[in-house]
Design a protein around this ligand. Structure first.
Ligand code: ADP
Ligand code: MG
Length: 348
């Protein structure tokens, strides 16, 4: 028997659609931090300040000195499918930016109280808009702001209680935020980062240009023991370049917690890459132990599909077996090298 009371098909209000989309991109405060930092990097920022309160649940404020957003584009930046990074599917093939989906700000705005303040690099004034759970943001108001952008995200998930219940303690959430910032700080040495949690400064990284400075940053982020045991990786084959550092077999960990892999500047988690590293260490490290690594793979953007998942943590390689072989051989070569403490040269 069919129930007669069948609802009509309706288009969802955009706020609801954005809240649903947010479910895919924003799992916890660390996901907001990732999206905002990627936007700052895409805006060519060289200085980024991150303020966190209560693990990021109460406040995430990210200030950058990037090129900023034009007054007339502020509202657009908060709407879904609005981006200045691609304009066609072909652009995705040549992607140089971290973002491209035009979804993050709209999603974050739908599940928090968001303020966007920005001054475009050739405009005299800054402008700010605010949104808290309504369909429409406030109209842009003039504000004093240096060139660049400040995004403030308060009360994450305040209007999506089911999501909020999944949050852990402030301490745990901050741990995830800290780890995310660490990863991004390893992806770009030409940017300074400052991090405060509950008004305490926890990280202050200067721009690291010379090789020695890069290694110092790696040491600050991965610990002195890590850099006391590193081997340099530098390899080039068929348009692919691999650089960075791996640990000697004398250093190992019980968990894979010191492993960072970047593909064209993007932090990636990938089974193929993990497996290649395992394979390279096969004869020198017990299977129950994990090596540490900070590796940067550069290849033609057409050889890698970044549009696999909304969080952009996964990629697909067109020639996965060639990538695999290249990684295994390059890492085995470095492991055969007995000279530790050399400085590697990551790509950025
Ligand atoms: P995407 O990064 O995929 O383009 P987002 O929703 O993250 O989508 O951002 C939307 C747009 O807002 C970006 O394309 C960019 O033009 C602008 N934007 C966001 N954050 C910044 C920033 N920190 N500096 C300059 N522009 C920004
Ligand atoms: Mg983005």
């Amino acid at each position: 028997m069919i129930n007669q009371d069948i609802p009509a098909i309706r288009r969802l209000p955009s706020l609801v659609a954005n809240q649903i989309a947010a479910g895919e991109v924003v799992e916890r405060p660390a996901s907001v931090v990732k999206e905002l930092l990627e936007n700052s990097l895409d805006a060519q920022a060289t200085q980024i300040e991150i303020e966190i309160e209560q693990g990021g649940i109460a406040l995430i404020r990210i200030r950058d000195n990037g090129f900023g957003i034009r007054k007339e584009e502020l509202l657009l930046a908060l709407s879904r499918h609005a981006t200045n990074k691609i304009s066609s599917l072909e652009d995705l093939e040549q992607l140089n930016s971290l973002g491209f989906r035009g979804e993050a700000l709209a999603s974050i705005a739908a599940i928090s109280r968001l303020t966007l303040n920005s001054r475009f690099h050739n405009q005299e004034m800054g402008y700010g808009i605010h949104l808290d759970g309504r369909e429409q943001p406030t109209i842009p108001e003039p504000i004093a702001h240096p060139i660049g952008t400040t995004l403030e995200v308060r009360d994450l998930f305040y209007n999506t209680p089911a999501r909020r219940r999944f949050l852990r303690t402030d301490k745990t959430e901050f741990g995830h935020v800290h780890e995310m910032i660490k990863r991004l700080a390893l992806s770009c040495f030409n940017v300074s980062f400052k991090l405060t949690h509950n008004h305490k400064t926890l990280m202050a990284l200067k721009i690291a240009q010379p090789e020695a400075d890069k290694l110092q940053r790696v040491g600050m982020l991965c610990g002195p023991e890590f850099i006391d045991h590193i081997l340099t990786v530098q390899a080039d084959c068929g348009g692919m370049q691999l650089s960075g550092w791996i640990t000697q077999p004398t250093y190992s960990r019980s968990q894979p917690d010191m492993q960072y892999f970047f593909v064209n500047g993007r932090i990636i988690r990938d089974k193929l890459l993990n497996h290649a590293v395992r394979q390279a260490y096969e004869d020198v490290l017990h299977l129950s132990r994990y090596p540490g690594y900070v590796l940067y793979l550069q290849l033609d953007p057409r050889e890698v599909d970044v549009n696999v998942h909304p969080t952009k943590n996964e990629v697909r390689f067109v020639q996965s077996s060639a990538v695999y072989q290249f990684l295994v051989h390059s890492l085995q070569n470095s492991l055969a090298n007995t000279c530790p403490n050399q400085v590697g040269s990551p790509t950025s």
